[in-house]
Design a protein around this ligand. Structure first.
Ligand SMILES: [Zn+2]
Length: 537
């Protein structure tokens, strides 16, 4: 071992024996590289010759003072800058140590590359593409190739600690043959096992969220000019980029089926579409179960907590954490390589981002459990919902025990049913009815998981759609003309304008414009009522 060490040192002394003045003058001739250790099970290097990436750095540094570098902690790699004329020798020395030196070429900031047209894909991948292609909202599916994990970590986290005010680092993201976007980073959060990157499309201001795990898996959403791109991992370096038309996405809540509207005057206004409130339909579901004991009749809305009970909101500085359990069907899961990460984690993260954007970041959602249920989507959204929420009806009855076990305040069922984006039991639900169903395409991409939980907490749609003033007269969504709308508002109220991850509030500014008024303040509802829901379990 000692002999190998000495050999490498001698080699490096030779390589870096240039006069110091020449080394300084050669700064322009520097090259940036990523130094990584390939999968150890495949390394041919004998164990006694291996060196850690940082050990190798220290070795090279001894003979090359101009060497600089820093760690990429998630992939356990390092990014170095070294004189270009030493690159080949360092590559050879690294190879003998079981390490890989990869040059950061001009395309280091390119996140996706096209794949060969004759790419062979497996059955699971084929099925993902087929499922995505059959969706009404889908306008294209393209298989793209992603970069190596260490390259991606470098691209996503470059200058993450640089002081604000400098030019934002940019990525070039190819989503298909025609769409190549330049996206400027607005934030990056580096967690122990996850990186969350957010940015805006340079020309259009479209919002981008990328989530990335150190094994190379990536997921996310890119919004651009009426299109929503959903990035789904297909295994290895391959991704399905599913292009959806925002216009063709389902409306937030499916309409009541025509045959159910007839003869019941109470349903004429369609409580599903206008209020997102499924409580009136509960008896339709229970009435269809003659062989089972009659479920409880629909309960009247619980009396609201006092509007003035601001003091019941979290004490200053203390987080209110709403624990969420998510069940997903096999069909919904089939649209993703890993539905828990690529969809559920993403949707929860988007909801938390919306709270931060709305100055109510003391409210947080936390995923406490996600699992596949054996329910097969059949019927309407309100039927999925009440089958999920009702006890002892023979559908998804495991949810109640799991919800108690994981102490989940709210339960969400993810389906593949594009009749609507989602539905919750009622506005201002109590603990027994804190259930919602969400269509997978909308859960993260149009913030529908957040929307449905918003209803459960007590938030309503914009006034144009829902004039109901209970339980909170100020609890309505906000639409800014035809520019944008908030999480609780419908696209019909603004001619199909984009939905932003904000809650209505006079205190929230979007590019200088307020996202609400004192009378339209769902952020206040979330802030004041979050603790009520967080105490359900
Ligand atoms: Zn709604």
């Amino acid at each position: 071992m000692q002999r190998a060490h000495v050999w490498a040192t001698l080699l490096l002394v030779q390589l870096f024996a240039a006069p110091p003045t020449a080394a300084v003058a050669a700064t322009a001739g520097e090259v940036d590289v990523i130094v990584s250790r390939p999968d150890p099970t495949q390394a041919q290097t004998p164990a006694h010759k291996r060196l850690s990436v940082h050990g190798f750095f220290n070795l090279v540094k001894r003979t090359a003072a101009s060497l600089t570098g820093y760690a990429l902690p998630l992939t356990k790699c390092e990014k170095w800058s070294l004189p270009r004329d030493k690159l080949d020798a360092v590559k050879r020395a690294a190879a003998r140590r079981g390490l890989l030196v990869t040059e950061l070429g001009p395309g280091w900031d390119h996140v996706f590359q096209p794949t060969p047209p004759d790419l062979n894909i497996g059955g699971k991948q084929r099925s993902m593409i087929d499922l995505a292609s059959t969706s009404r909202a889908t306008t294209g599916v393209k298989i793209m190739s992603g970069p190596a994990p260490s390259m991606l970590e470098y691209a996503l986290t470059k200058d993450a600690k640089a002081p604000a005010g400098g030019e934002a680092p940019k990525l070039t993201v190819a989503l298909n043959d025609q769409t190549v976007l330049t996206i400027a980073r607005s934030s990056v959060a580096i967690k122990p096992n996850l990186c969350i990157w957010r940015g805006e499309v340079e020309q259009t201001g479209g919002l981008v969220t990328l989530m990335w795990w150190p094994n190379g898996q990536m997921a996310g959403t890119v919004q651009d000019r009426g299109k929503i791109f959903s990035i789904r991992h297909m295994g290895g370096q391959f991704y399905a980029v599913v292009e959806m038309s925002a216009e063709r996405m389902p409306q937030e809540h499916a309409s009541l089926p025509a045959q159910l509207r007839g003869g019941d005057p109470n349903l004429r206004d369609d409580p599903l579409v206008q209020q997102g409130d499924a409580s009136l339909l509960h008896r339709l579901v229970t009435a269809a179960r003659p062989s089972l004991p009659a479920a409880a009749a629909p309960k009247p809305a619980s009396p609201p907590a006092k509007v003035a009970a601001t003091s019941k909101a979290s004490p200053a500085g203390k987080d209110v954490v709403i624990d969420v359990i998510v069940a997903y069907t096999k069909k919904a899961a089939g649209n993703y390589g890993d539905v828990k990460r690529e969809l559920v984690d993403l949707a929860i993260e988007e909801a938390n981002h919306s709270f931060r954007m709305s100055n109510i970041d003391s409210i947080k959602l936390r995923l406490v459990h996600a699992y596949q249920t054996d329910y097969v989507e059949a019927g309407e959204h309100f039927q999925h919902l009440w089958r999920f929420a009702d006890r002892g009806d023979g559908y998804m009855d495991e949810i109640h025990g799991l919800r108690d076990k994981y102490r989940a305040d709210v339960a969400v069922l993810i389906v593949d049913d594009a009749a609507g984006c989602g539905l919750s039991t009622r506005v201002y639900a109590d603990a027994e009815e804190a259930f919602a169903v969400v269509h997978h395409e909308c859960a993260a991409a149009s913030y529908s998981l957040a929307h449905e939980i918003g209803h459960i907490i007590g938030a309503r749609h914009e006034l144009a759609l829902d004039k109901n003033m209970t339980p909170f007269p100020y609890g309505h969504g906000f639409v800014n003309g035809s520019k944008w709308r908030d999480i609780m508002s419908y696209k019909v109220s603004c001619g199909g304008c984009p939905r932003l991850p904000v809650w209505s509030s006079p205190n929230v500014l979007v590019k200088g414009e307020a996202a609400g008024t004192a009378e339209l303040d769902n952020a206040r509802v979330i802030l004041e009522q979050g603790a009520r829901v967080a105490a359900f379990r």
